[in-house]
Design a binder for this molecule. Sequence first.
Ligand code: PMV
Length: 350
Amino acid sequence: MMMMTVPFADAIPGHATEPAQGAAWGKVILLGEHAVVYGRTAVAAAIDRQVSVRLTPRPGSARVALPEDAPRVVLSLPGGIESDPRLLRALARAAELFRVPLDDVEIEISSDLPSSVGLGSSAALSVSLVRALATWTGSSLEDNAVCAHAFDVERIFHGFPSGIDNTVATYGGLVAFRRGHQTRRLTAPRPLPLVIALGRAARNTGTVVRSLRERWTATPDRYEALFDIIGHIAASGERAISTGDIETLGSLMFHNHAVLRRLGVSTEELDELVDLARRNGALGAKLTGGGGGGAVICLCERGRAELIAAFSKGGWTAFSTDVGAVARLGRRRSPTGTHVHLHGHSRVEP
Ligand code: PMV
């Protein structure tokens, strides 16, 4: 158990008299999950769903006793993340990064991003927590530093994250990401119309990533070859996105899903959701994120309402979103530069 005993008033003088807030986007991986952990390129986009964290001072006590036993934190996050012990460890790690005791801090987490379905909720939480703590301590952090700190926190949730989730959660937009390389911002001639359908099975990205790693360790050649295929799919997808060729992008998504099946990270339910999308006219569909359950994304030129109705008839929740447009996060506008140089990702090897 981690126990911090820093006197609250002495730790960082001059902060914590005002509430502090931070927010971050959720994301979809359009092409390339899992292979991205092994150094291939993936294409991802922010979605217009956010996690936000609000820290409110609750003075009175002088000591910290966090996180695992009787934390004095107030948590409210739809989707049940309160019951996840990693959350408390992540809060402690973030507090440690900023040398902030969490004594008498009310931490309120709110979200309209479904959690634990592969939409990057833990990264969005990590980024928003880092932003809130930066404000709380009066540190002015550039987004590069926010992203690197959030990566550190995100590792508590995922073990070996590639860095794609915290990158998109921090910067928003549509990006091509490769570990240890400059992240490229992509421009689509028009927003990409998606439907996101949520599976019902409980799942955990860290578990899926670890079990794929065991298979890769046993037969690396087989998995490296599949990662190469996914890397090529993502490269073709980048071209299709920039030329606005959404038919090609759609077929690349179906192809990517088929390779993810071969990696062993899909499930019967996810395959069923992808098939349902195909039968209902989607141009492309695939699982998104860690797999082993979770969400599928469907690219739809037309008929999004009908597809959502078809998912709903089958008992699944689905919603539509457009990705690739310049997004707004609270009052924070996503950066519009074409290149974002990132630090902190290449230090962690898979
Ligand atoms: O399930 P999510 O939203 O955390 O996405 C995980 C994406 C992976 O490629 C499987 C892992 C990673 O860190 O890139």
